[in-house]
Design a protein around this ligand. Structure first.
Ligand SMILES: Nc1nc2c(c(=O)[nH]1)N[C@@H](CNc1ccc(C(=O)N[C@@H](CCC(=O)N[C@@H](CCC(=O)N[C@@H](CCC(=O)O)C(=O)O)C(=O)O)C(=O)O)cc1)CN2
Ligand code: MET
Ligand SMILES: [Zn+2]
Length: 768
């Protein structure tokens, strides 16, 4: 018999129940008991789905109120001392304080949230989970860090599953991955030195799970798919020798890539089984099977946990069959990774047409795919005929549907001149043309694009989408918002204005809704961090732009002022990265298609007399492949896609780009090669340290280093921003510097936004 299981299931709920319960709890509208009741209802529902689909286990340990790494910080008793917990706080209250600074202060972050300064208690830092759009809370580690088993939550959840009659498989983040994802708080400290202490606590956790009657523990070590320093590789064997002595079966889980140079290591660790990602790295299946000791099970991640495409069951079955031939009952089948990266249930998508829907599978449908594979393997395909024939029909229609292929798009790409990604003149010449056109003061001030996305704006959009507000009235309402934002900027004395993005639900989804080749869901929510979710659009076909997307709004905004109005677009790599992408052509091809659509928009904005245009690329860094060996190829096509989007304009049109929460120093040449006239970046929290690279490498073009952190309602003083600007002017020529916040202001309120910008303008004037 084949065993089927999932590495995890989305916890947010098909109607985002957890999001709403969390936000109600934070506003003080519901109590602990009500929040916990919602949570346990969701767990029970998700376990039942797994059982109904015929999975051999239910996944326990994938639930978290805010974040699963934070759960481990609490489980392992390493909550940083700086939070000053007295011991009187409940585990839940500490969970939210660690995640959000002080509880009941709504955290607001648009771009991969940052620690925010609430009454002196900074939240833990957040960062992206590998190459996903999910953010985890970063463990803070130092020489004083002590670990101890300090939570019963995981064991309670195991008991909860047992009480419901399920067979739990418990998932834990492995000790080495946990340390690797943490951050050292001092330079001379090596966090790996904490491992001996940490594995003792893991040992205790495993014995407790054993006492509860748990048979299998899935222990996630996804860092085995990264290029690891030798000391980290060497840490695995001694650690797993010790964990092995707990006498519970361990399934070592790896995902998001190939084991590559860690393959032999992963195969030989003293555990009972190994899970590999067979979607991203199918080529490793054979070598793993060849290397795997005979006592181990192999879990093949054959269903794509990172994307929403329905599986081609015949193809999956063929691979599974071959593996079964060698492994027999030692074959397990699963999604490639936890399903937390895909939306919950396709059944809620009532607006998709039948053809499109037939191509898709959300988390719930992926469980059923596992069930169908198991049936086919154990009983024969005939027993799963309905599922297989539906999959076959869908696969055939996806291969041939005229909606997917647009010959004109590919013809245009094929005939694109080699220099289509080059501006007409080098930067110096463009800079001169732009200076005489705009005549801006030194240290010009601007913002990153969005202004507060108020509840009134969202409510108006919701009414429009429900048909309660006409298109004309919605347009008027959004124009009022734009007018307000423009008036505010004029009275604040900003030099380059923006329209404020009121009309956008999200910087990626908004474009996805207007481009051909894209579908957008009604309910395809995926957790981004905490209670915040995104609805990634679905790129199913060749991309093209039927109509201008932003021109009318931008022209309206420009009509209100004679100051330059900066057009605002999302770049091709960020649209690619934050969407569900097609799996039937390379990502690079899709990126180039999006680039052409954005290029057309840029040119249309130029024709509408918009002289400054920003193309946001906050996700360019996160799109980097997990293995360094793949970086150059990626940076090559990603850079070309960006430049294609930016290069259709005259020298006197000024192209800006914006990046945030990125470590730029290791990809510096690629950033410079984008050749944007101005780049605005997030730097304030690093005290301008991120700018050093730009100075060291003599970055040739203009730069706007963020002078204040927009993730906090705190209003920065003029002096503070002057200090940062002076620091910036030490490494960047003053005549190249711009003055702006770190990122967009959509998650802020107007009150603090106006005061902060007022101070920012004063800081710029003082520098002049
Ligand atoms: N795609 C993407 N990825 C990203 C970022 C990003 O901006 N976009 N930034 C970083 C992550 N940061 C994020 C910051 C904020 C939110 C966020 O605020 N999400 C909102 C949803 C935003 C949205 O889509 N809003 C829609 C619909 C909102 C909604 O739920 N409306 C209600 C009705 C609301 C009402 O009546 O007032 C409903 O439909 O039920 C709109 O404005 O139209 C949320 O979870 O609440 C998400 C990610 C990295 N990844
Ligand atoms: C995540 S980067 C955000 C850029 C966008 N233009 C904004 O201001 O919101
Ligand atoms: Zn940003």
């Amino acid at each position: 018999m084949t065993t089927i299981h999932t590495l995890g299931f989305p916890r947010i709920g098909k109607h985002r129940e957890l999001k709403f319960a969390l936000e109600q709890f934070w506003r003080g509208e519901i109590d602990n008991a009500a929040l916990e009741a919602t949570a346990s209802e969701l767990r029970a529902r998700h376990w039942q789905l797994q059982r109904d689909a015929g999975l051999d286990f239910v996944a326990v340990g994938d639930f978290a109120y805010y974040d699963q790494v934070l759960n481990h910080i609490q489980l392992l008793g390493c909550e940083p001392g700086r939070f000053g917990f007295t011991g009187a706080e409940s585990e839940l209250d500490r969970h939210f304080t660690l995640a959000r600074g002080v509880a009941n202060e709504v955290p607001d972050s648009c771009c991969g949230a940052r620690p925010h300064d609430n009454y002196g208690t900074w939240a833990l830092e957040m960062t992206k989970w590998f190459d996903t759009n999910y953010h985890y809370l970063v463990p803070e580690l130092n020489a004083d860090t002590q670990f101890r088993l300090n939570s019963t939550r995981l064991f309670d959840e195991v008991r909860e599953a047992l009480a419901l009659g399920h067979t739990p498989k418990v998932s834990l983040i492995g000790p080495i991955t946990f340390l690797y994802l943490g951050k050292e708080k001092s330079a001379d400290f090596d966090r790996l030195s904490l491992l001996p202490q940490l594995r003792v606590v893991y040992g205790e956790i495993l014995s407790q799970l054993k006492q509860l009657g748990v048979e299998w523990v899935q222990i996630d070590e996804p860092i085995l798919c990264l290029d690891l320093p030798a000391a980290w590789k060497a840490a695995f064997e001694p650690t797993y020798n010790i964990l092995n002595s707990a006498n519970i079966k361990l399934l070592l889980a790896t995902y998001f890539g190939t084991l590559d140079d860690n393959l032999v290591l992963a195969c030989n660790l003293p555990v009972a089984g190994l899970h590999i990602d067979a979607v991203r790295a199918p080529q490793q299946i054979t070598s793993v099977i060849d290397r795997l000791p005979h006592y181990k099970v192999l879990s093949l991640g054959l269903i794509d946990g990172r994307n929403i495409w329905r599986a081609d069951l015949d193809a999956v079955l063929a691979t599974a069959h071959a593996a079964q031939g060698k492994l027999g009952d030692r074959l397990w089948i699963a999604p490639s990774c936890s399903l937390q990266h895909v939306p919950v249930d396709l059944a809620l998508e009532t607006a998709f047409d039948d053809e499109l829907r037939s191509w898709l599978a959300y988390a719930t449908q992926k469980l059923d795919e596992l069930g169908a594979i198991k049936t086919a393997l154990d009983t024969g395909v005939a027993a799963a005929e309905t599922a297989f024939s539906a999959s076959r029909t869908a696969a055939a229609s996806r291969r041939t549907s005229p909606r997917i292929h647009n010959p004109a798009v590919n013809a245009r790409l094929a005939s694109l001149p080699a220099d289509a990604d080059q501006r007409h003149a080098p930067f110096q010449a463009r800079q001169a043309a732009q200076r005489s056109r705009f005549n801006l003061p030194a240290y010009p001030t601007t913002t990153i694009g969005s202004f507060p996305q108020t509840k009134e704006i969202r409510a108006a959009r919701a009414r429009y989408k429900r048909g309660e507000l006409s298109a004309a009235d919605y347009t008027l309402a959004m124009q009022q918002e734009i007018k307000y934002a423009v008036e505010q900027q004029i009275s604040l004395g900003l030099d380059v204005l923006v329209h404020g993005e009121a009309e956008r639900n999200d910087m990626v989804e908004y474009f996805g809704e207007q481009l051909d080749g894209f579908a957008f869901s009604q309910n395809g929510w995926v957790q981004s961090y905490g209670s915040r979710c995104v609805k990634p659009p679905i790129i199913y076909g060749d991309v093209s732009r039927p109509l201008a997307m932003t021109v009318a709004w931008t022209q309206y905004a420009q009509s209100l002022t004679s100051l330059p109005m900066k057009g605002m677009l999302t770049g091709p790599i960020t649209i690619l990265q934050w969407s569900f992408v097609r799996d039937d052509q390379p990502r690079s091809d899709t990126a180039l298609q999006i680039a052409l659509a954005i290029r057309d928009e840029v040119v249309d904005l130029e024709h509408a007399d918009i002289g400054i245009i920003q193309i946001d690329e906050p996700a360019i860094r996160e799109g980097l492949p997990l293995r360094r060996g793949d970086w150059d190829a990626y940076l090559d096509w990603a850079g070309r896609a960006f430049r294609i989007s930016a290069s259709g304009v005259d020298n006197s049109t000024q192209i800006h780009t914006h990046m945030c929460y990125s470590e730029f120093n290791d990809i510096f040449p690629a950033i410079a090669a984008l050749d944007a006239d101005v780049i605005t970046i997030e730097t304030s929290r690093s005290d301008m340290e991120l700018l050093r690279g730009f100075g060291d490498f003599n970055y040739p073009n203009e730069i706007g280093p963020g002078v204040y952190d927009i993730h906090s309602p705190r209003v920065p003083s003029v002096d503070e921003m002057v200090r940062l600007l002076k620091k910036a002017a030490e490494v960047i020529p003053a005549e190249h510097l711009w003055v702006n916040p770190d990122c967009g202001l959509k998650t802020r309120g107007w009150a603090e936004t106006s005061t902060a910008l007022q101070n920012m303008v004063l800081a710029a004037k003082s520098m002049r």
